[in-house]
Design a protein around this ligand. Structure first.
Ligand code: NPW
Ligand code: K
Length: 490
């Protein structure tokens, strides 16, 4: 599990550690790690030209100390001081002593043109709001140069706690972050600006988030965001045993499709079958299309409550205006996943009143409609939006997007999915995910785990299916078994 912590938590841990180590030791650890990564990016340090962009806080200090290390190894290092009157004094002295050259703001463009590497030490976790001038202008001219950029702790202009970017931000090839991940490095748009993230151990000790906080966010000291890795997913995959029958594996019911959108039902059933369901019951108006593609599906015309025993329902993909079918499912006493049209039809009070777990799976547009805000607002502040929705509906919410997020109804760490790919932005891809995550719910996973594991497998399946070329949603569904094998290491 990768865990990321808020600035407040990082600062508290830093204070605690600083009290136990010699003054300046943490910055030296940070600078040493930063210099190692810079050297890797350069390939050959001796004779290379490195430009440091140095802001007025400790982030600039890290850059100056790392620059001093590179200068001692024979690099020609120039430092552009954004606020010469407020610069890390110790870092500047060390930089000068190592032979580093200080450049005034007007000389920046000249040195940048010949750079083999740019080090962004403008702001780190102390950044507030969008980048101010002159930093913002400098950042836009760096982008035009084409030299590799290494960001110190996080790309300047990216909000550490949320990944929000207002105006200009540094687009890094590599971000060297210290102690722990910050949420903004894992969530888009920040994640995209960060490039490859390298974590440098500076001795910070923070426990693995337990996701048990209350209210709008994680509790102090807990992880704010966590990202599954293979092992986390592998440990949650429901595997059949010798004792398994279809009910032990999980029967999932799918209420989806309409005369106009029969394909959504086919895709959701396809996702559910590959998600490990022991059986899939389909209820709705696209039974012919479903049975033609998946003869193993058990179809009926409805209502859902008369369809037979299921351990979880998926309702909504391509459903049109079947409010009755949706209400029937919301009233069921088993886990329910609500997607697409179902989100529009669902009564918020009825969802909040449910006893069994609920998983809502909106994309940004649907989330915006539920929250009554513009889509851009959700896209700009995905973490806040997913937490807000989960709180309002008293449900687990999976917000789809380039970094899919899963938030629980009681606060705690938000799961961010690391396997997404832009190739998944194709019609019907969400229908496949709803079936897949619904099968995991039916197998007994909690709503948060079903969402996170489903998103992870779906992303991997998208990568398998695409392999660098466009794909359709059906291809993604068919690639789920390959993703499953990947995660199990087969
Ligand atoms: N603490 C530790 O143990 C360790 C910390 N470490 C390092 O310290 C970093 C944190 O340092 P920090 O606290 O000095 O803040 P930092 O990120 O340099 O930014 C503050 C400066 O930026 C300015 N500024 C703010 N917003 C701005 C904007 N929008 N646009 C432009 N400027 C803006 C702000 O100016 P002000 O608003 O005060 O005028 C202030 O001068 C951390 O990320 C890591 O790299 C490592 O060495 C490991 C040990
Ligand atoms: K930075």
């Amino acid at each position: 599990m990768r865990t990321a912590y808020t600035v407040e938590t990082v600062r508290a841990a830093e204070r605690e550690l600083m009290a136990r180590v010699p003054e300046g030791a943490l910055m030296q650890r940070a600078a040493a790690g930063l210099a190692v990564v810079c050297a890797e990016v350069l390939g050959k340090v001796y004779g290379s030209r490195v430009v440091l962009l140095v802001g007025s806080g400790d982030n600039g200090g890290d850059a100056l100390f790392a620059g001093a290390r590179l200068a001692r190894r024979g690099a020609g290092v120039s430092a552009v001081l954004l606020s010469p009157e407020r610069v890390h004094a110790g870092g500047l002295a060390a930089f000068r002593a190592a032979g580093g050259r200080v450049v005034a703001g007007e000389g920046a463009e000249g040195v940048l043109r010949g750079a083999d590497l740019v080090v962004d030490g403008i702001v780190g976790i102390g950044g507030k709001g969008g980048l101010r001038a002159p930093a913002s202008q400098l950042v836009s001219s760096v982008r035009a140069l084409g030299a590799p950029v290494v960001a110190v702790d996080l790309p300047s202009g990216v909000d550490a706690d949320s990944g929000v970017v207002v105006g200009e931000a540094v687009r890094a090839d590599v971000t060297v972050t210290f102690g722990v991940y910050k949420p903004g490095l894992l969530i888009d748009p920040g994640r995209e600006y960060a490039g490859v993230v390298r974590l440098v151990d500076i001795g910070l000790e923070l426990g693995v988030g337990v996701g048990a906080g209350g209210g709008a966010g994680a509790g102090v000291g807990e992880a704010e965001v966590e990202a599954f890795q293979y092992a986390d997913v592998a440990s949650l995959l429901p595997l059949p045993t010798g004792e398994s029958d279809k009910y032990r594996r999980g029967v999932v019911g799918i209420v989806a499709g309409s005369a106009r959108y029969p394909g959504a039902a086919v895709l959701a059933v396809g996702g559910a079958l590959r998600g490990g369901a022991g059986a899939v019951r389909y209820v709705g108006r696209a039974a012919d299309a479903v049975i033609a593609r998946f003869p193993e599906a058990l179809v009926s015309a409805g209502p859902p409550s008369k369809a037979g025993r299921v351990q979880a329902w998926v309702a909504g993909p391509g459903l049109g205006d079947d409010a009755e079918g949706l209400a029937d499912v919301v009233g069921a006493d088993v886990p329910v996943l609500i997607d697409a049209d179902g989100l529009r039809l669902a009564d918020a009070a009825a969802v909040r009143g449910r006893g069994a777990p609920t998983l809502l799976t909106p994309h940004a547009g649907e989330a915006a409609a539920l929250l009554g805000v513009a889509r851009e607002e959700v896209e700009r502040g995905r973490l806040a939006a997913v937490r807000e929705l989960a709180g309002r509906y008293g449900a687990t919410v999976l917000l789809k997007g380039s970094t899919t997020l899963v938030a629980g109804p009681d606060g705690g760490a938000v799961r961010v999915n690391p396997t997404g790919t832009p190739w998944l932005a194709t019609a019907g891809s969400g229908d496949v995910l709803s079936g897949l995550a619904g099968a995991l719910l039916a197998a007994g996973l909690g709503a948060g785990d079903a969402g996170a594991v489903g998103a992870y497998l779906h992303g991997l399946a998208g990568r398998h299916a695409a392999d660098g070329a466009p794909v359709g949603a059906q291809d993604v569904a068919e690639a789920i078994p390959a993703a499953w094998r990947d995660v199990r290491g087969d």
